[in-house]
Design a binder for this molecule. Structure first.
Ligand SMILES: Cc1cc2nc3c(=O)[nH]c(=O)nc-3n(C[C@H](O)[C@H](O)[C@H](O)COP(=O)(O)OP(=O)(O)OC[C@H]3O[C@@H](n4cnc5c(N)ncnc54)[C@H](O)[C@@H]3O)c2cc1C
Length: 440
């Protein structure tokens, strides 16, 4: 995947004009979701940051964010939601062979296939390299056995980004491989886990001698830690960004959206129909200010102070993301230079700082929102709440961003150890074979 420089003002005008013209010409709320997604994919707007050879436009993050913004402003349905487009497509575009890229990426970009991320296990979350799900070779296939957990969207996914241990006698980071795994096959059981929002966003996945072809091993045998790190870097960068986005629908046949009218998914608030969580950012800040004006709580000096502090945090987040982009998104290289005592440490830490700031934003919106709406913040859903249940949603979901994609503590460890050069946590030598490590 190519990195491109931030666009000039003229580039931004061109991008805006082209997306607006596309929407004016092609959007029709009576199209099916499948038809609309095909048009978006053909135009390169499903994932504009991918190179043109892989179905994108080679855009930088600024340009891609502008595409999202214009789609949201035009009130159209956005490209397929979920983790396939966000994580699997860019990972396969970087590490897959041309044949694998051609096989897997187009059906992600036009939403025909939905993906989940089969990384975390009961004893391998923060310490992901401790994963024990095993893959054993059987001819030109691999036999997979193990358990995954916290698998977002697993119940509606057709494929999974599977990390499995292909060689337990190698050191723990070295014996892992990344597979494009079929969810619909004997030996795969998906059990939804209901979280405190009342929804079942994620699942446990039990895998008992399921199969995956060797041709679906992405990035080479025992190279899965490197490939998985690409997935995680893309995830952190995506989770740290807070620009306005169009509404989404769940891809793939199990998502149930493909044959519905695209117009059904367009909501005036721009809220995602997948998570139900309203977008956090300046728009929501103004929404809170309006609420505080209407119910008179804006008169409180402490609340006004805190609202301004929140505004400052939103700005800091925006500037941190710009800094990450100014480094061309090359945080890993900056980190390597920084580990050698050279280079710009702030650039190296930019994705981690952006993710930490996003966790803090979630908590601040929760706390300030609750103070403004009071008891109404306990209501969920549109029916009873005078504020559409938004604050209740934000409050109940607020712990999640500080956990998924690597917890806040893990982000701080990365900044401390790999960017600031603090001593690493004690543990067995890194070259100890996984089979000889103590297991929980
Ligand atoms: C909403 C949501 C969606 C998710 N979706 C997916 C998904 O689709 N696919 C997937 O694979 N996973 C997913 N996850 C899992 C997520 O990546 C893990 O929950 C996360 O990595 C933490 O792992 P854990 O839950 O096992 O906690 P643990 O790793 O057990 O951590 C428990 C606590 O200990 C702290 N801790 C652990 N190690 C250290 C350390 N070395 N130093 C300091 N503190 C430490 C952690 O910060 C945390 O507070 C999701 C999680 C959430 C909340």
């Amino acid at each position: 995947m190519t990195e491109t420089a931030a666009p000039s003002a003229a580039d931004a005008d061109t991008v805006r004009g082209e997306v607006e013209a596309f929407c004016d010409d092609k959007w029709d709320p009576d199209l099916t979701v499948e038809q609309w997604w095909r048009l978006l994919a053909e135009a390169g707007y499903a994932h504009p940051m991918l190179p043109p050879s892989v179905g994108g436009l080679g855009y930088g993050q600024d340009q891609a964010a502008l595409v999202s913004l214009v789609l949201a402003e035009r009130g159209v349905l956005g490209p397929p939601g979920g983790l396939g487009r966000m994580l699997a497509a860019p990972t396969i575009a970087i590490h897959g062979t041309p044949e694998q890229t051609e096989r897997f990426v187009p059906e992600i970009l036009d939403g025909r296939v939905g993906w989940c991320q089969l990384f975390s296990e009961p004893n391998a979350g923060s310490d992901l390299a401790s994963l024990q799900c095993r893959a054993e070779r059987d001819g030109d296939e691999w036999v997979i056995t193990g358990q995954k957990v916290w698998t977002s969207g697993g119940q509606v996914s057709d494929k999974g980004m599977l990390l499995a241990r292909t060689d337990p006698d190698l050191p723990k980071h070295a014996g892992i491989s990344w597979f494009a795994f079929d969810m619909d096959q004997p030996g795969v059981e998906v059990r939804p886990l209901t979280e405190m929002t009342g929804r079942a966003l994620f699942n446990e996945v039990f895998i008992d001698e399921a199969r995956v072809a060797d041709s679906a091993l992405i990035g080479g045998l025992n190279n899965g830690w490197r490939v998985g790190n690409t997935t995680l870097m893309v995830e952190r960068a995506s989770l740290g960004s807070s620009g306005r986005k169009p509404p989404e629908a769940i891809p793939g046949p199990k998502g149930g959206a493909l044959h519905l009218r695209a117009g059904e998914f367009v909501r005036p608030s721009g809220a995602s129909s997948m998570s139900g969580v309203p977008p956090l950012g300046v728009d929501m800040w103004w929404w809170l200010v309006d609420l505080a004006r209407k119910n008179g709580s804006i008169a409180g000096k402490v609340l006004r102070d805190d609202l301004m502090r929140l505004y400052g945090l939103i700005e800091i987040n925006r500037l941190s993301i710009q800094r990450a982009k100014a480094g061309g998104g090359r945080a890993r290289e900056a980190r390597e230079r920084s580990e050698q005592g050279a280079g710009d440490r702030a650039s190296a830490a930019a994705p981690n700082i952006a993710k930490l700031t996003m966790s803090e934003l979630n908590r601040s919106f929760r706390d300030i929102g609750m103070r403004i709406v009071g008891a109404d913040g306990m209501l969920m859903g549109d029916s009873d709440s005078q504020t559409g249940g938004h604050i209740g949603e934000v409050a109940l979901f607020s712990p999640a961003p500080s956990i998924y994609g690597g917890t806040d503590q893990v982000q701080r460890n990365i900044i401390g150890e790999r960017v600031l050069g603090l001593p690493r946590e004690p543990g067995p030598p890194r070259d100890t074979p996984f089979s000889q490590l103590p297991k929980n």
